[in-house]
Design a protein around this ligand. Structure first.
Ligand code: GLU
Length: 472
């Protein structure tokens, strides 16, 4: 059975590159009827951020990626957490010490710094030469030590990666990595191997930064007599041709895009296509469709550039097809933020905005008209295309008030009739009507829609006040 995992470090933030790694692991597991596992890699406790695990769990839930197993926490599956598994790693480190595939290293920070200053590019295996008795004596005396992996000094190792093909690394380029730190905590370099084996991971899907270290992990699998997983390394998502999209860009986080008003699945759909393609021209795919057509063969060896404009376009497609109630619920926090407590029909506002926004934060710009009425400049009645001005507006106000008072039913036709009876074009009357109702040159929908939005009474009040301002 296929088993994949997502193994983020809890840094308080889920980068969309990380989310894409999770997505591919998730899709591959689902496609093959396998299991998808969440494992929190928190062995570097200096980098740990409070609440970060919750951020990851909630991000995966919002993205629609449910994981399948883990220790039970509060009646549900929690993730596996490496810092809670310290003893397990120590047990395997001891096995490696016994077999000579690892050794204890007592070198001080100063010695390592001197070594580095002298031009050495890696650890010099100094402590490999210590005899068993000396090692035991120094441990008993309470000297701090780390456990290092014993990497062959010469030779090469080749393994197969599903995206990059055969990868060969020269052992002389590899350092004797620390497996267990002096506080007893494992490093990533050790814990990932132990856990991938114990959790039965069949396909290891992760960032390309681990491509060249993988031979070290393979040595550990071999030393412990374990089968290696299939490796699938992924190119990073790029900001441009030479820079990775990074946290420093300010908005590389999944939550940042949600806050901007992207829908979770639009983000998921877009990032799925950054590094993989479904071999046809489809760009809009549901989670089920992504699952059905996902394949390792579709993964690209070249990196992809993130294009927010394209993601906006995809988002607008999802927004357009939402049931209006769902759009209204999603828009509510944006109304609270940008235009709360207006005396308008918000549900109707949602009907007007849904076809007109690409992302939910466009609501800010699209609702600016709500605040333009008070004291607007009467010069706005001047429109070169329609040949309108304040004098024409003044001459129409009585009729506009009268037609508005009759209510919204049939209002459009009555306004047309006004235009006809005065020998004007419809557009002239509608321009004047919209300005008189809102003080805004651009509104979602025209005058009739504004009457529905603000209500007949408010609109009549507004028209009367404009009439007074026009001196009529
Ligand atoms: N904890 C590693 C990271 O966040 C995961 C690498 C892996 O998937 O093996 O980069």
């Amino acid at each position: 059975m296929v088993r994949t995992r997502f193994a983020p470090s809890p840094t308080g933030y889920l980068h969309i590159g990380g989310l894409r790694t999770a997505l591919y692991a998730y899709l591959f597991a689902r496609k093959n009827g396998g299991k998808f596992i969440l494992r929190i890699e928190d062995t570097d406790q200096n980098r740990e951020v409070a609440g970060a695990v919750d951020v990851i769990i909630s991000a995966l839930a919002k993205a629609g990626m449910d994981y399948d197993e883990g220790p039970i926490v509060g009646g549900a599956y929690g993730p596996y957490v490496q810092s809670e598994r310290k003893e397990i790693y120590l047990e395997y480190a001891k096995k490696l010490l016994d077999s000579g595939d690892a050794y204890c290293c007592f070198c001080s920070k100063e010695r390592l710094e001197d070594l580095h200053k002298s031009g050495a590019t890696k650890y010099d295996k100094h402590c490999m030469k210590l005899g068993k008795a000396e090692v035991e004596r120094r441990i008993a005396a309470g000297e701090p030590y780390v456990i290092r992996q014993n990497i062959p000094e010469s030779g090469t190792s080749t393994y197969h990666d599903e995206v990059f093909g055969d990868v060969t690394v020269d052992f002389k380029d590899l350092e004797d990595n620390i497996l267990i730190k002096s506080d007893g905590m494992p490093t990533y370099n050790f814990a990932n191997v132990i856990d991938d084996h114990l959790m039965g991971i069949t396909h290891c899907i992760r960032g390309v930064e681990y491509l060249m270290s993988t031979p070290k992990y393979n040595l550990l699998y071999d030393a412990l007599g374990w089968e290696r997983p299939v490796y699938i390394h992924l190119q990073p998502i790029m900001r441009d041709a030479t820079h990775k999209l990074s946290k420093r860009d300010g908005d590389a986080g999944f939550e940042d895009f949600l806050a901007k008003g992207f829908l979770p699945h639009a983000i998921v759909n877009y990032i799925a296509l950054l590094g993989w393609n479904p071999k046809d021209n489809r760009e809009k795919l549901s989670m089920q469709e992504l699952t059905d057509c996902f394949s390792i063969e579709g993964l690209q060896r070249s990196s992809s550039i993130f294009d927010e404009t394209k993601m906006r376009w995809l988002n607008s497609l999802y927004i357009k097809e939402m049931p209006t109630d769902e759009f209204h619920a999603a828009a509510a926090p944006f109304y609270d933020k940008y235009c709360p407590d207006r005396n308008i029909d918000y549900r109707y506002l949602s009907e007007l905005l849904q076809p007109r926004v690409e992302i939910l934060s466009d609501i800010k710009e699209k609702t600016a008209f709500l605040d333009m009425f008070d004291g607007f400049d009467l010069e706005l009645f001047v429109n070169k295309k329609w040949k309108t001005d304040a004098a024409l507006a003044a001459s129409l106000m009585d009729e506009l008030v009268a037609e508005t008072e009759k209510g919204v039913d049939g209002l459009g036709e009555r306004l047309n009739a006004v235009a006809e009876s005065r020998g004007l074009k419809k557009g002239q009357v509608l321009w004047i009507y919209r300005i008189a109702l809102t003080g805004a040159a651009a509104t979602p929908g025209g005058g009739e829609e504004m009457v529905k939005l603000f209500g007949v009474d408010e609109c009549v009040k507004r028209l009367r006040s404009v009439k007074t301002r026009l001196g009529k």
